[in-house]
Design a protein around this ligand. Structure first.
Ligand code: ATP
Length: 266
């Protein structure tokens, strides 16, 4: 895959709300009039307490759930179904166990009835880029959790999405694998230049990775703080975690959660 063919998509969200109907026919206001513009090629992380609407926001952006009111545009196109410029990675890898790694990566190509043979080389290149060269013929059951999540990332990248949506992609991984995946994601993003929206519970990984961290309020979800993260890139694990500005950003976000009683100050 050529690293230069990809450009990040712009996102424009206006007065976006989502109301779910429960089985008891009650209304649950999950998102409340969100306004948000995301610059092409930027890395935006979203943190917020459980149930504040983070996954709902991602699902709306992915075109998987309809908005109740308001609008979303990706590069100017209104989103009402999955947009061709969008790739999604979920917390669980959702690989099909009966298909090989390569066939899992090529699944979106098959679904779109594109020429699978044409994309095979690209799939193999992507595998090599995430450190899984030669694993194309393995089955998901033969891989570790971190390896499977790398395959899921390749599957999202196969169509060179201008917008990569990631919903707690490293939440289920052990600490060492998570650290490696964070570093690899940064390298991939610096190489590809796509726009990333990264949802996480981890204040540390949000600040480490992002250009901008959006802190959401408890439900109904609104953006309480839109924090620009001005740390040099590429960020290095030890150096950045020792940076006093890094700690300042983390403290600023924690202070919001402490003020709302979501985190207890120690
Ligand atoms: N299909 C649904 N029907 C009814 N309510 C829903 C539905 N999906 C989500 N909700 C509610 O909407 C709110 C937001 O849910 P959402 O999953 O977006 O939160 P979240 O911030 O991603 O949570 P977590 O961090 O725990 O994954 C929650 O109160 C949830 O119970």
């Amino acid at each position: 895959m050529s690293a230069t063919t990809q450009t990040g998509a712009a996102v424009d969200i206006s007065r976006l709300s989502k109301i779910y109907k429960t089985r008891e026919d009650d209304d649950v206001l999950a998102l409340d009039k969100i306004d948000l513009k995301i610059e092409p090629g930027s890395f935006v992380a979203v943190v917020g307490p459980s149930g504040c609407g983070k996954s709902t926001l991602l699902s709306l952006l992915a075109g998987l759930t309809p908005a109740s009111t308001g609008s979303i545009a990706i590069d100017g196109d209104g989103v009402s179904r999955p947009h061709p410029k969008t790739g999604v990675v979920f917390q669980s890898d959702l690989l099909l166990y009966w298909r090989t790694v390569l066939d899992n990566i090529l699944l979106p190509i098959e679904i779109k009835k594109l020429d699978v043979a044409k994309y095979k080389t690209r799939a193999e290149e992507l595998l090599a880029q995430v450190g899984l060269e030669g694993f194309g013929n393995k089955y998901p059951s033969e891989l570790s959790g971190g390896m499977r999540q790398r395959v899921a990332i390749c599957r999202a990248l196969i169509q060179e999405p201008g917008l990569l949506l990631m919903d707690e992609p490293f939440g289920a991984l052990d600490a060492l694998t998570r650290e490696q995946m964070i570093m690899d994601l940064q390298s991939m993003w610096l190489r590809l230049g796509n726009t990333v929206l990264f949802i996480t519970h981890g204040i540390d990984e949000a600040v480490f990775l992002a250009d901008r961290v959006l802190v959401m309020s408890p439900r109904p979800g609104r953006v309480d703080l839109d924090l620009k993260i001005d740390l040099p890139r590429p960020r290095q694990w030890s150096k950045t975690h020792e940076d006093k500005d890094y700690h300042g950003y983390v403290r600023q976000i924690r202070a919001i959660f402490e003020a709302k009683g979501i985190l207890v100050a120690h």
